[in-house]
Design a protein. Structure first.
Length: 367
């Protein structure tokens, strides 16, 4: 009998999101997801995963159950026999799954055996439809250069559907950027905007100029007392096409109208020149990590200055500059004609040896 091991008990419709989160953090054991009951699945955790009660689990429980033991427990066990004798250091140690699309970086000698690696992964992971080699970023929109290696069915396409916090989201990792690593932040955004709407005493018009395919939106749109309308878009036409399709799905479910309900494909820095967008938002989301602070002066005109506003965003900054970011954000708000209050800038995770990923937020009263 196999020894019981730790599993994170998650609602069935959140399994994929937690699998991707645990894999990204290096917490996922390779034994496979266990069915706990009719509504919950057990995500296997390795020795590096935090213990029960850690804030990262969002209140979910950790249970001890026997792992799956049928068949090979790792894709490397499915490699052709001649390759099994090669050193483990040759093979990739991580991969990413979005929906049913798996992407893996193949470096050095492993590139010669990419087809064998892809076939082994496809055999090991029945929920995966296609395995692609990740050749890095390409183009103006810095999307992944994905090369299909092995797939099920006739068409080796990368369009897929993921589920996050009970919502379905269409993505295509070969055409648009999407990361499950911000899923917890998206939940926090819903909570923050809910609190702000309660403070104002009315639902909000939310602007998301860097929306991508819209992962920040479904949780907000589902709450009638939080969002009355939206101004959303992206510079990437492929992202906007998927965003519009996702919005049709989400808004149809709500059985209510949103006003405004504006979707655009343009540089966020030019939104201030569009009468449909200028002066309407109560809350603005800024998810452009490498240049969020640089874009803020062009985004302040989007706010409705007749009422209090909320600014929330994410940035990659030098850790040495973290202490000065609150003052800088307050100065930017002041230069735009407002007064900032409750400003905070908090590190979410490390990005490199000298830089970190932060969330920033402030409430603005206009002069």
């Amino acid at each position: 009998m196999a020894r019981a091991m730790r599993h994170l008990s998650v609602p069935s419709d959140q399994t994929q999101a937690w699998l991707e989160r645990c894999r990204a953090e290096g917490w996922l054991e390779s034994t496979g997801v266990v069915a706990l009951d009719a509504t919950h699945r057990g995500v296997p955790l390795n020795e590096h995963a935090p213990g029960e009660g850690d804030a990262c689990w969002n209140g979910l429980n950790i249970v001890e159950v026997e792992p799956l033991t049928k068949g090979p427990t790792h894709w490397k066990e499915r490699l052709p026999e001649p390759l099994k004798d090669l050193p483990d250091s040759l093979w990739p140690t991580a991969y990413e799954v979005q929906g049913d699309v798996l992407t893996v970086k193949l470096e050095g000698a492993a590139r010669e055996h990419g087809q064998a690696v892809a076939n082994a992964m496809l055999d090991q992971l029945p929920s995966v439809r296609i395995v692609c080699a990740d050749e890095g970023v390409k183009g103006d929109f810095r999307v992944r250069d994905l090369v299909p290696l092995a797939w099920r069915g006739d068409e080796p396409h990368t369009r897929t559907e993921i589920r996050e916090h009970g919502h379905r989201l269409l993505v295509d990792p070969s055409q648009v950027y999407f990361s499950s690593r911000l899923s917890t932040q998206r939940l926090e955004t819903v909570q923050q905007l809910h609190t702000f709407a309660d403070t104002l005493g009315r639902p909000l018009v939310v602007a998301d100029p860097y929306a991508g395919v819209g992962p920040a939106l479904p949780g907000l749109l589902a709450l009638e007392d939080v969002v009355a309308g939206y101004l959303v878009g992206d510079l990437n036409p492929a992202a906007v096409a998927l965003l519009e399709e996702n919005l049709r799905r989400w808004t149809t479910k709500q059985n209510r109208s949103f006003s405004p309900a504006t979707v655009v494909c343009k540089d966020a820095r030019t939104w201030k020149d569009d009468e449909r967008l200028r002066g309407q938002a109560h809350a603005v989301l800024v998810n452009l990590p490498h240049d969020s602070f640089g874009h803020l002066p062009d985004l302040f005109p989007l706010f409705d200055r007749s009422t209090t506003s909320l600014l929330r965003g994410w940035a990659i900054v030098e850790r040495s500059s973290l202490d000065g970011r609150i003052d800088r954000l307050n100065r930017l708000v002041g230069d735009a004609g407002g007064t900032a209050s409750g400003t905070h800038v908090a590190e979410i995770k490390g990005f490199s040896t000298t830089r970190c990923f932060v969330v920033f937020q402030t409430t603005i009263t206009w002069d």
